[in-house]
Design a binder for this molecule. Sequence first.
Ligand code: ZN
Length: 252
Amino acid sequence: MSFSAKQIERYSRQIILKKVGVIGQRKLLNSKVLVVGAGGLGSPIAMYLAASGIGTIGIVDNDRVEISNIQRQILFNSNDIKKNKSIVAANKLKQINPNLNIINFKKKIDKKNIDKIAKKFDVLADGSDNFKTRFLINDYCLKNRKILVVGAISKFDGHIYTFNFLKKSSPCLRCFMHTIPKNDRDNCEYDGVLGPLAGIIGSIQANEIIKEILKIGDSLCGYILIIDALKLTFRKVKLTKRSNCYCNEQNK
Ligand SMILES: [Zn+2]
């Protein structure tokens, strides 16, 4: 399938990049990414993925927009308060790029529905706000050999992890944290978070997703990126596969 003149114009700044080109742009248009959580991270992730031309984007969230969300959840404005996030998000993404297949799931992802929701997607972007959900998504992606890019933010700090479960050598989230912490809660709600930090972490997640799809640059898989927005330091720390981790059992 060839590009229309309009598509070439829309994606011209990416197509001109040697590492993307027409073939890369076609790959993006053929890829399917599921964004879990239309919040502080999910907003920039989904917006950049839509703008870049990821052909199929799913967005899962069961919450409604609250006024306290708008400080960092840039998919929403003050007129969206009380509306369902996944519906508003899908409409916004269609406005950014009307040619995409945008699927909204007005649901809270859980053990029972994750397979039905995530099955058709190649890559999952985790923008959830608790470890119970992060572990559920980690285990699902590991079992079903999908690529997973996780982001987490609290106060002035952010973490990003990439797990490429197409490779058996990939560590998993449980290699970093063995079990769900006792105090598993939405850090943004209880500890606060600086608005633009959500933009920084979510934008890097979108960048890593595109890199993984195109297989360009250095993969973050095997590392954690730790960002301190106050000191403005970016540290890439090695994350090795733990020998007695769940992921090793799965790969046997
Ligand atoms: Zn592991």
